[in-house]
Design a protein around this ligand. Structure first.
Ligand SMILES: CC(C)(COP(=O)(O)OP(=O)(O)OC[C@H]1O[C@@H](n2cnc3c(N)ncnc32)[C@H](O)[C@@H]1OP(=O)(O)O)[C@@H](O)C(=O)NCCC(=O)NCCS
Length: 84
């Protein structure tokens, strides 16, 4: 997470680029799992990730309370991948 008052300044994208640069010799794919949320998926897509697969009911099976982001209840875990 980026501290709210510092969002939109490129910090999260810089961190992803840093991870890719650091592990470029050892790995070729970066994978993330997140809720199907308008607050996170577009960010990862902007960073070059593409949807890979889902884990159905991840958020409803593993948390004892409903989680909402951007007014939408998180249900499935969405995995995205970026090859490098
Ligand atoms: C998602 C999050 C980490 C993004 O952090 P950030 O530092 O604001 O992101 P950046 O400034 O590096 O943005 C990189 C690019 O993504 C875009 N972007 C960021 N959030 C976006 C969103 N919700 N929708 C569309 N685009 C988005 C930016 O416009 C930027 O595009 P650009 O390169 O064309 O300028 C931040 O919003 C956050 O901390 N959210 C709450 C916690 C969270 O959801 N974490 C992820 C859990 S999986």
């Amino acid at each position: 997470a980026t501290v709210p008052e510092y969002q939109g300044k490129g910090y999260a994208k810089a961190m992803i680029d840093f991870i890719i640069t650091k592990y470029r010799e050892e790995y070729s794919t970066l994978q993330v799992g997140t809720g199907d949320s308008p607050m996170t998926i577009p960010f990862y897509e902007k960073c070059g990730f593409v949807r890979s697969h889902i884990v159905p009911n991840f958020f409803t099976d593993n948390y004892d309370h409903p989680i909402y982001e951007g007014g939408i209840q998180l249900v499935d875990m969405v995995y995205l991948r970026r090859s490098f």
